[in-house]
Design a protein around this ligand. Structure first.
Ligand code: HEC
Length: 360
């Protein structure tokens, strides 16, 4: 049954804040500006403001791209990802990077204080990550927030999870953490968070419905493996899955990534920048997989220009503790790393530009 979108009126009391459009907007009046932005619709007597209308369009676009199907249907997933990834609406209304994570508690939509998020290029988010979800057709939009957390327009999208796909169809083995894998299957909805007119992040709602269908997987400790036909898995992490077949940069970008990956292992970058996130960075930037590394390609160059990574650490030797400073100590090695990182970032730009995707 397709319910019409319900525009929540729960927070309409904000409209009682008085704001005159003739008041000047300055940095010091940030919060009045927010109030104006959100409630302009009410002031001009329209039923909904621009951000709510945008949220409705986004909800409908996502629902139309990814209808309910058999949870084992790989072709349905691929079709959903293709539609989401090529949507001009989503492309133009998503922040770069966009954040993806779990809601810490019911009612909390604040991405700034959410410690569970990972950064993605929007194409990776829509094409590879969101496409594992199938949407029921219902949606609800509400406006939340306060002066401290900022104001958000939240799209509630109930979903069914494609939990019967082959293991290489998931962005990574989510079952490395049972809590995470369970969350994908038991959470009833995805919340798309629109802030300042852009999708700033998406979270899996904190509620758990344990009556939902469940598939169990055990992790064997590997982030990568080889499939039965000799292919690299997870296959959906590869550039040839992300980009169109005609994209001429895919092979070069893959080589550039492999070179960076090998060089980065010398400095243990991936021991922290992997989905397990042992150093609890938030938001997390992942280097372990080709598609995910795209989101931080320019930041990798920046941190190595400043020689800031790997971070400073302490090692214990005999009775003494030795401080290891941040960065790559050998200047020639740092320059070598930088050259490789720049090459990767530039090819990433070219491949994305070919797809008409925004850079950054
Ligand atoms: C011991 C764990 C650890 C290792 C090893 C490590 N990082 Fe990081 N990295 C972090 C943490 C924690 C942060 C977030 C805090 C910060 O920015 O300092 C971070 C942040 C970053 C960022 C984002 C910074 C920004 O401002 O956007 C990049 C890019 C990065 N690391 C790249 C690297 C690279 C490249 C290597 C290897 C040469 C590396 N890291 C090795 C823990 C690590």
């Amino acid at each position: 049954m397709h319910l019409a979108g319900v525009v929540s009126t729960r927070k309409i009391t904000y409209a009682q804040k008085t704001w005159s459009p003739s008041d000047s907007i300055s940095d010091s009046t940030c919060c009045r500006y927010h109030a104006w932005r959100i409630f302009a619709g009410f002031i001009t007597g329209q039923p909904a403001n621009a951000e709510t209308r945008l949220a409705e369009k986004i909800a409908k676009e996502i629902i139309a791209a990814c209808p309910l199907a058999d949870p084992a249907d790989k072709a349905a997933r691929d079709a959903c990802g293709q539609k989401l990834g090529s949507s001009k609406l989503l492309m133009n209304s998503t922040a770069i990077p966009v954040l993806w994570g779990t809601q810490p508690k019911v009612g909390d939509f604040n991405l700034k204080t959410n410690r569970s998020t990972t950064k993605f290029h929007p194409l990776v988010m829509w094409r590879v990550y969101l496409s594992v979800f199938m949407f029921t057709g219902d949606y609800k939009i509400e406006q939340v927030g306060n002066q401290a957390s900022g104001y958000q327009t939240v799209i509630h999208l109930p979903y069914q999870y494609r939990n019967k796909l082959d293991m290489g169809e998931y962005p990574y083995p989510y079952w490395h953490s049972k809590k995470k894998w369970d969350a994908f299957q038991y959470s009833p909805e995805v919340n798309v968070i629109v802030e300042q007119g852009k999708v700033a992040g998406l979270i899996r709602a904190a509620e758990r419905d344990r009556s939902r269908p469940y598939v169990n997987h055990e992790w064997d400790g590997r982030w990568h493996w080889t499939g039965a036909a000799g292919e690299q898995e997870p296959r959906v992490t590869l550039y040839k899955y992300l980009f169109s077949e005609s994209n001429p940069y895919v092979a070069q970008l893959d080589t550039a990534y492999r070179t960076l990956d090998t060089e980065s292992r010398k400095y243990s970058c991936q021991t922290c920048h992997n989905p397990g996130n042992p150093s609890l960075m938030a938001p997390l930037g992942i280097m372990e997989y080709p598609n995910q590394a795209l989101s931080i390609r320019h930041r990798i160059v920046k941190v190595m220009e400043a020689n800031r990574m790997p971070p400073a650490g302490v090692v214990s030797k005999a009775d003494q503790q030795e401080l290891i400073p941040a960065g790559i100590a050998d200047e020639a090695e740092r320059q070598k790393y930088l050259k490789i990182a720049r090459e990767f970032a530039e090819l990433g730009d070219k491949a994305l530009a070919y797809e008409g995707q925004p850079l950054n």
